[in-house]
Design a protein around this ligand. Structure first.
Ligand code: TA6
Length: 248
């Protein structure tokens, strides 16, 4: 899997695989790793990499295609990059339809991902329909944020937001907590979520601000103890070390 680095004058750095256009690591300007990468992540073609920022496209979750679609389990090609002495570094990756995608999704498309690194990380996704018929798709940045201790982690900004609980067959409820803490297996999508959320990694003495435009919803997932033990590409204690807050 070809892995390339991006650096910024602030000291921030990032590594990204062309496989899945998958950002595997992002270190902030103080050199601290922001993303979780499972020590047991599989680097096998056809498998998703467990950690970093998997690109969910064109399907979220289960459906006619393999879970989360083919974006994260196929090669994207680098189309442009610019590393300025001052100013942001950026890289573009693209993938288009081919005979493989046509087997599961009969549409002509070009998907592009633009990664921009300065003291923040900005990821832009664009999907063009190159066919003659309209198509629908789903996409998400399935980000694994590293935290020191899940039991001292909270998501701020979801109070009052309606969510579908995937653990209750999509039953809807309203979030009542201004600081949402993970205390069990959690798998829910907050609908029309705020453009800014904050992950407070209290034990890690840091906060991560997530801002989004265009992606309407936010998914919050943690497999908890049983899920962590059941997933072969996670260690049993890994659930304590990450929270997925996904713009989608
Ligand atoms: O993050 C939401 C979710 O859809 C969960 O249901 C869980 O399946 C997670 O994605 C991980 O999916 P994966 O296919 O990467 O194991």
């Amino acid at each position: 899997f070809s892995l390339t680095e991006m650096k910024h004058a602030s000291g921030a750095s990032l590594s990204v695989y062309e496989y899945g256009a998958h950002i595997a690591s992002w270190k902030d300007s103080t050199g601290n790793e922001v993303l979780f990468m499972s020590p047991r992540a599989l680097f096998q073609v056809g498998k998703a990499i467990r950690g970093g920022i998997p690109i969910v496209f064109p399907q979220f979750g289960k459906g006619p295609m393999p879970a989360h679609g083919f974006g994260r389990t196929s090669n994207w090609s680098r189309i442009r990059e610019s590393f300025l002495d001052s100013g942001p570094s950026s890289r573009g990756l693209r993938r288009s339809n081919n005979e493989e995608t046509a087997k599961v999704w009969p549409h002509q498309f070009v998907a592009e991902l633009e990664i921009v690194l300065d003291t923040a990380l900005t990821i832009r996704m664009r999907v063009n329909n190159r066919g003659t018929e309209p198509f629908e798709f789903q996409s998400a940045l399935h980000t694994y944020f590293a935290v020191k201790d899940i039991s001292q982690t909270e998501v701020v900004g979801l109070k009052g937001i309606k969510y579908k609980d995937f653990l209750k067959q999509g039953a809807e409820a309203i979030e009542e907590n201004a600081e949402f803490k993970i205390t069990q297996l959690t798998d829910r999508v907050y609908l029309d979520s705020p453009s800014t959320l904050v992950v407070n990694d209290i034990a890690g003495k840091r906060s991560i601000e997530i801002s989004k435009t265009g992606f309407r919803d936010s998914v919050v997932w943690n497999p908890w103890k049983d899920g962590s033990a059941a997933l072969t590409d996670l260690e049993s204690a890994s659930y304590k070390k990450f929270i997925c807050v996904e713009s989608g």
